[in-house]
Design a protein around this ligand. Structure first.
Ligand code: DOR
Ligand code: ZN
Length: 336
């Protein structure tokens, strides 16, 4: 039987710029009604002017496909006027610890100094999206960062806080204790562990930040997502890098999952026996938390196997060379 999804959303993705944007945006637009677009460009998206220019570039790359780019601003010290002006044109402000991942050098160096801007976000009711990792041991970074999340949740009780791409059982436990907090979960962190990345021959295509964790962590993520947790939202963290940036000394972090996102999620939920929880994970939870209403439209998935190509342009997709049992059949939207 086919699976029909209303306005699927990808609440965390990297679309890049230029030729890469043109290559990758159509994959998201073919499957999703919209997505939260990350601001870590070479020149961070840290002004309303840059938000507008980037949104226009994304719209051009999507062509006629109906895809709403929910824009984010790169966290820095902002004043009230800047945030008030940007509020209606962004879905949130994205905070990166400085240097923690791709193009995050302009991120936060001193967490003791972010309070004034965070207080404005709380007051203006603008969500704060956070890449939650410390500079500690790579497997413990997310767990260590929970202290910062706790400080944010307790100090700013009305702040809409999103823990981005959570990967640990500890993060799931945290979410249970703070019921105003939401989180995104990627496809790859539901499917792989560190063993897939580095347990055999090293797999640059699976190297990402946060790094995939233990089987116990993956199982905790799966249990929470597959049981229909109301504050977990799908965010692919699809992050394309050309092969020469992955298969080299100094591999860039990022898994390019956009082309396989919905089919692989359908397979996961159907195999786990709970396809009824997929619509909330890929749409309803995000619509409720962010209070967004994307233009009406459905995406239909059919149980027809397809072989994921080894390459799209210069980029290796997640699950390259693997067969997925589901594929996108057709998308219908108000704009077609
Ligand atoms: O693996 C990652 N890649 N994690 C991030 O947080 C950023 C992303 C990218 O932009 O390449
Ligand atoms: Zn990301």
């Amino acid at each position: 039987m086919d699976l029909t999804l209303d306005t699927p959303l990808d609440m965390h993705l990297h679309l890049r710029q230029g030729e890469m944007l043109d290559l990758v945006a159509p994959f998201s637009a073919a499957q999703f009604a919209g997505g939260a677009v990350m601001p870590n460009l070479v020149q961070p998206v840290d002004s309303l002017e840059r938000v507008r220019a980037y949104r226009a570039a994304i719209a051009a790359a999507c062509g006629t496909a109906a895809f709403v780019p929910y824009m984010t601003l790169f966290f820095r010290d902002y004043d009230r006027r800047e945030l008030a002006e940007a509020k209606d044109e962004i879905i949130g402000v994205k905070l990166y610890p400085a240097g923690i991942t791709t193009q995050s050098e302009a991120g936060v160096r001193d967490f003791d100094r972010i309070g004034a801007t965070v207080a404005l976000l709380e007051e203006l009711d603008i969500p704060l999206l956070v890449h939650g990792e410390t500079g500690g041991f790579v497997m413990e970074r997310e767990q260590e960062f929970l202290a910062v999340y706790r400080w944010l949740a307790e100090t700013f009780p009305r702040l809409r806080l999103v823990m981005e791409h959570i990967t640990t059982a500890a993060a799931i436990d945290f979410l249970e204790r703070f019921d105003r907090v939401a989180a995104t979960v990627t496809l790859h962190h539901l499917l792989i562990t560190l063993d897939d990345v580095a347990g055999g021959l090293l797999r640059p295509d699976l190297f990402c930040k946060p790094i995939a964790k233990t089987p116990r962590d993956r199982d905790a993520l799966r249990r929470a997502v597959l049981s229909g947790h109301p504050r977990l939202m799908f965010g692919s963290d699809s992050a394309p890098h050309p092969r020469h940036k992955k298969e080299c000394l100094g591999c860039a972090a990022g898994v390019f999952s956009a082309p396989v996102a919905l089919p692989a999620l359908a397979e996961l939920f159907v195999e786990a026996g709970c396809p009824e929880h997929l619509p909330a994970f890929v749409s309803a939870n995000a619509r409720r938390f962010y209070r967004i209403e994307p233009p009406a439209g459905t995406v239909c998935l059919e149980p027809v196997a397809w072989l994921v190509p080894e390459r799209y342009g210069e980029v290796t997709p997640f699950l390259a060379g693997k067969t997925i049992g589901w594929r996108v059949k057709a998308a219908h939207s108000a704009r077609f």
